[in-house]
Design a protein around this ligand. Structure first.
Ligand SMILES: *Cc1c(COP(=O)(O)O)cnc(C)c1O
Length: 460
């Protein structure tokens, strides 16, 4: 059959390859049993297509690798730090930059500076490490995302939006003095990689400005968010992704960044702020927890790779191919009737375990069980994003029971081909056709913090 439209392809070609290993069903059963049915505890050698995370799993370009050779490994004042600082100013627009080993390093420092015990931090859905650092600093996170975000079947184009009524009610209830900042994720990872609109962010800015409350951006996937704005928001189609990224940042006061995602590196992050007083404090604290303020736990070469990665990450052709691959996988599964979160997000496809496995109650960890079942079928590794990830209430100790009970298949940037995506979709379909046979799990080991990383399970 002749094509009805012209195809497009990735704006790069492959120069180096890494071999992956196919395993047998027996090998996979042994591996997942040893891993306590937790895909975080598998050895990567036992994985065929690794969609555990898009964090630090990106393929760097030859230009980034060339930059690695230009690492200035001086303890203080590395040339690569100044390049990173200049790049952050140019593409994001923040005045001051403090490198950190990864995103949570920046979250730790900023939470310690801005949050006092008893404070309240509103945000457009929680993220695991972000909320934990807010809580360890004595604060309490409050979700102010729109209700649509908690409904995997709702097609709202900006499910990352803040519900302004919820935010205003919170400000009225606690008073602006107990709200150090509003925490804005772009895109929202836990909602399925869903974007916030410029219109909504501008409205959040106007509301918080009236009360003198700051906005802190989680800029981890801000380029993907900007792409969705360009594609979906009225009046934005003619702008470049780079231009939209800069506007998003300009509507916020500070940003914590895990460079391991959109910024196309394997390790790194930073904190960026406009306020000089906060900067002074952060510059001092980073020495305690990460390293001197001109390296923050990173090698010079890593800072160079981040600087170059940021520049590549906001190019329109790059981001179209990146999100395009995610859409390709998601649309395929959707066409086959597999229940996924819609609209399809920026960094991965999220399976709706509630609809996939309606016979397993949430207490028996359906998304965890589904993640293990997919691994057993094909060696494709995903991650649970449901009740296990949500953890326990810090005051009552009860399990949080999120409405979203998901399996995330996160796509590393520039790593896999369209044929890999086909294999993944076919494996999920095979599991879907056998879904009645999947049983729930019992948790047999539970760590105190961020339990999803190291918890162990057994089949019921
Ligand atoms: C990964 C991530 C973080 C934490 O970053 P790390 O580099 O893993 O420490 C924070 N926020 C979001 C939205 C993330 O996806």
């Amino acid at each position: 059959m002749k094509p009805t439209r012209r195809s497009w392809a990735e704006p790069f070609k492959i120069k180096v390859v890494e071999h992956v290993r196919l395993t047998t069903p027996e090998q996979r059963l042994r591996a997942i049993t040893q891993a306590g049915y937790n895909t975080f505890l598998l050895r990567s050698e036992d994985v065929y297509i690794d969609l555990l995370t898009d964090s630090g799993t990106n393929a760097m370009s030859d230009w980034q690798w060339a930059g690695m050779m230009l690492g200035d490994e001086a303890y203080a004042g590395s040339r690569n730090f100044y390049h990173l600082e200049e790049t952050v100013r140019r593409f994001y627009g923040y005045r001051y930059v403090i490198p950190t080993h990864q995103g949570r390093g920046a979250e730790h420092i900023l939470s310690k500076i801005l949050i006092k015990p008893g404070d309240v931090i509103p945000g457009n859905m929680y993220f695991t490490t972000t909320r934990l650092h807010q809580e360890l600093a004595g604060g309490t996170f409050h979700d102010v995302i729109i209700d649509e975000a908690h409904d995997p079947e709702n097609e709202h184009p900006f499910k990352g939006n803040v519900d302004l009524d919820k935010l205003e009610a919170l400000i009225r209830r606690y008073g602006p003095e107990r709200i150090p900042y509003v925490s804005i994720g772009a895109t929202v990872n836990m909602a399925g990689g869903q974007p916030i609109s410029l219109e909504n962010l501008r409205a959040v800015r106007a509301l918080t400005a009236r009360h003198g409350i700051r906005i802190v951006l989680d800029g981890t996937r801000v380029a993907e968010n900007a792409y969705f704005i360009q594609q979906r928001e009225p009046g934005q189609a003619g702008r470049s992704v780079a231009d939209i990224v800069k506007e998003i940042c300009s509507l916020t006061d500070a940003c914590t960044m895990s460079a391991k995602k959109d910024a196309l590196v394997n390790i790194g992050g930073f904190l960026a702020v406009n306020d000089e007083t906060i900067y002074e404090e952060a510059r001092n604290l980073v020495v305690v927890y990460e390293g001197l303020h001109t390296y923050g736990g990173l090698a010079g070469r890593d800072m160079e790779a981040v600087a170059r990665g940021i520049e590549e990450s906001v190019q329109d052709d790059h981001i179209r191919a990146r999100v395009g691959q995610v859409l390709y996988l998601g649309n395929k599964m959707r066409d086959w009737g597999i229940p996924i979160v819609v609209p399809i997000g920026g960094h991965g496809v999220f399976l709706d375990a509630r609809r996939f496995l309606p016979h397993i109650p949430q207490e028996h960890y359906p998304a965890q069980a589904l993640t293990a079942a997919i691994y057993l079928d094909s060696g494709v590794r995903g991650m649970e994003r449901g009740i296990v990830s949500a953890g326990r209430d810090k005051d009552t100790g009860q399990e949080h029971k999120p409405r979203l009970e998901l399996v995330r298949l996160a796509i590393p940037r520039r790593v896999y081909t369209q044929a890999h995506m086909d294999v993944v979709a076919e494996s999920v379909l095979a599991v879907y056709e056998q879904r009645d046979k999947i049983r729930g799990l019992r948790m047999v080991y539970e760590p105190r913090y961020l339990r999803f990383f190291q918890a162990r399970f057994e089949p019921l």
